[in-house]
Design a binder for this molecule. Structure first.
Ligand code: FAD
Length: 363
């Protein structure tokens, strides 16, 4: 997002991507309302997946509570979404170097030097968009941001095609588990766990073992599930527990998106924050354009970051609220109290389903 906007503002922008044009970031591909607003346009048909606007069923196994509502999400294929964004950026003048990994950032009298798998590059400003890997943070004195370890794989199931579930179950994890429909009877099944959690260890013999409790839950509700992937894939998700854990870089290096730590710890949504961050940093750099060129002084860095964070004020206050939501959701009793406020908070109908007789989605 920032790349295209910066190119349009006249910056010479090079985007490095460690993967190829079909790079696949582990993700469920759901765009929340904030992500849709930041995009400003609906992604083209080839990026969307059925059901395009799924309903959400909230399952609380601790409190025997099932609710259903429309979260106003849009369902996409994440690799197709990323490829479409890169095509849009290229059309606006961004250069893309695929299969090129950024390896080490250093600073000299002429600005920033970046060692990559394809040789050294020089630049005045370096936007660190490396996601959970957060290259610039790793090179800094900052502690790593907290993360949960997510696992997700594709299953075929006779669930109603609309089924999108968020399952809270403290016997499985303090985070949550999910089902996301992708059309033609296929669903993503996943869960996030504390790092090095016992349930995720020694799984070589049976990699799906970490999702057994979810598979049993589906079986108990009468659904049959066929595992399509040989194993669920794993990836960290950054889960800030305090706003002070966010990282805003130094000396012309500026993290955007998950590299700055911005991911909702309550839902795992991160796309909205990287899109909003992209727009905000493009605005900030455009404002200070006349002062860029050589090494960025600490004073200029402060001014750029101040303007960047001003542009992200709504996203930052939403993240602050989501940190509170995540703390509440991790405690079954608090969660049970807080969920009663959901219709007020969402300002839209929330349907209560019978715990003992689950209705099909949307019925
Ligand atoms: C299982 C799972 C499901 C999720 N589902 C959702 C969802 O439905 N909706 C949602 O909003 N969020 C979801 N998220 C979170 C979301 O995927 C991330 O927060 C979001 O992708 C962050 O975007 P980003 O651009 O900051 O980083 P990323 O999307 O991680 O992009 C980083 C890019 O940089 C490349 N890269 C990394 N290191 C280097 C390097 N050194 N050199 C060059 N290139 C590099 C990577 O290949 C990648 O393409 C999910 C996460 C997980 C793990």
């Amino acid at each position: 997002m920032s790349a295209g906007l910066l190119a349009r503002a006249g910056f010479d922008v090079l985007l490095l991507e460690a993967g190829g044009p079909d790079n696949d970031v582990l993700c469920s591909g759901l765009l929340n309302p904030e992500a849709q607003a930041a995009l400003g346009v609906r992604p083209p048909a080839h990026v969307l997946r059925e059901p395009i606007v799924p309903l959400l069923q909230y399952h609380d196994r601790d409190n025997h509570l099932r609710l259903e509502y429309d979260p106003h999400y849009v369902n996409t294929s994440r690799p197709a979404f990323d490829a479409w964004l890169r095509e849009e950026a290229q059309a606006q003048g961004v250069h893309i170097a695929y299969e090129t990994r950024a390896q080490r950032i250093s600073h000299g009298e002429h600005g920033i030097t970046l060692a990559t798998s394809a040789g050294e590059l020089r630049c005045g400003i370096l936007l660190d968009c490396t996601g959970w890997r957060a290259l610039s943070r790793k090179q800094s004195a900052r502690r790593p941001a907290p993360q949960v370890h997510a696992f997700q794989g594709t299953v075929k199931a006779d669930l109603p095609p609309q089924s999108m579930w968020a399952v809270f179950d403290s016997a499985l994890t303090d985070y949550y588990a999910w089902i996301v429909p992708k059309g033609a009877g296929r669903f993503l099944l996943g869960a996030g766990y504390p790092q090095a959690s016992a349930v995720t260890r020694e799984q070589a013999e049976d990699p799906w073992n970490k999702l057994t409790r979810m598979l049993d839950y589906l079986g108990g509700l009468g659904y049959s599930v066929e595992l399509e992937d040989a194993k669920p894939l794993g990836s960290p998700i950054t889960t800030p527990t305090d706003m002070r854990q966010l990282w805003w870089g130094e000396r012309g290096v500026i993290p955007v998106g998950e590299a700055s730590g911005m991911v909702s710890p309550s839902s795992g949504d991160g796309i909205s924050y990287c899109l909003q961050g992209g727009i905000a940093i493009a605005g900030a750099l455009t404002q200070f354009r006349g002062e860029l060129g050589g090494p960025v002084s600490p004073e200029l860095q402060r001014r750029i970051i101040r303007r960047y964070l001003q542009g992200m004020a709504p996203a930052l206050s939403e993240l602050r609220f989501n940190i509170l939501k995540a703390r509440t959701a991790a405690d079954p009793e608090l969660r049970n109290l807080a969920v009663r406020l959901l219709p007020l908070f969402l300002r839209r109908p929330v349907r209560r389903l019978d715990w003992n007789r689950p209705l099909p989605q949307g019925a």
